[in-house]
Design a protein around this ligand. Sequence first.
Ligand code: FA5
Length: 343
Amino acid sequence: MTDSGGVQDKLSSLLSEALSEITSADDANVLQLLKSKYAGRKGLIASLLKELPGLAPDNRGAVGEAINNAKEAIEAALESRSAALAADRAKASLAKERLDVTLPGRFIQPGRLHPITQVMNEVEDIFLGLGFDIAEGPQVELDRYNFASLNIPKNHPARDMQDTFYFSDDLLLRTHTSPVQIRVMESVKPPIRAIAPGAVFRRDSDITHTPMFHQLEGFMVDTNISFANLKSVLMDFLRQLFGEVGIRIRPSFFPFVEPGAEVDITCVICSGNGCRVCKETGWLEILGCGMIHPNVFKAVNYDPEEYTGFAFGLGIERIAMLKYGIDDIRLFYENDLRFLRQF
Ligand code: FA5
């Protein structure tokens, strides 16, 4: 005969163990395991019930009832813990998905055009207004276009005027936009009125020179073009760009023009008084120009007796420096946002 006190003791320690395990369970899977461990068909409560037939008949009713009460208590604890866990999960997911519509929005910094692009666009627009078309050429250029056809044969001392990045004997980074003159004249017959904007490269770096900079080439070819046409186009352009500003045209040499000239503009940094930017001269050189050399016409199979033309090449960075009063060209390419945001 089994002792009913022993069964009661087992029951009460099983109950308190079950309740403590259930209240500390922190996951639905653990609860499921506890349910089958205690209240399942082969669980601990079921095995206690199997001891009932061994008790004295008088005790069976009371012990059976105590076991059933314990089972109900365990099932109630499982249910309430499972509800509590579900409530916790709902609360956590609400907190995670919470959207505070009163928070200020994130500021999106708008992009803007680089000052050199802005100046290039402005210069292009002026020439488009004067009836010029836009032409383009490659930045990696053949020696023939960059030099030879422009009346600068190999070993000519004029090659030293532009310090060149070479890939090989015949291939280089163009040092100016003048090769586009040759490419255009090779492909069409006059009359021609074109500009060729773009990046050019030289081994050069100081406060007015950078290794990569931008030029805009302009040229006009027809049967009766004179230096007066060149001067009038340049004066018109410079007046539209700078308003009233001092301009001087001085003789200069470029192998691909004859006669050749350079155009200077009053230094806007010092108003012509002399400063480090204008090297104390009061003037800043902004472009080279002249009448296209007969040898250049011969290189593109134009008859120099039939056609005349002018060409000019201007530095876009120099113009930007003058327009905005910037005294170091390298600032344009340091990508300091405090500088770039001002334009
Ligand atoms: C030329 O490049 C000639 N192809 C221009 C030309 C075209 C003359 C047609 C006659 C007829 P030059 O080397 O002077 O010329 O350069 C022209 C302009 O580019 C200069 O006036 C200057 O404004 C600018 N420039 C030259 N080197 C640099 C540099 N390293 N950094 C920034 N700007 C430069």
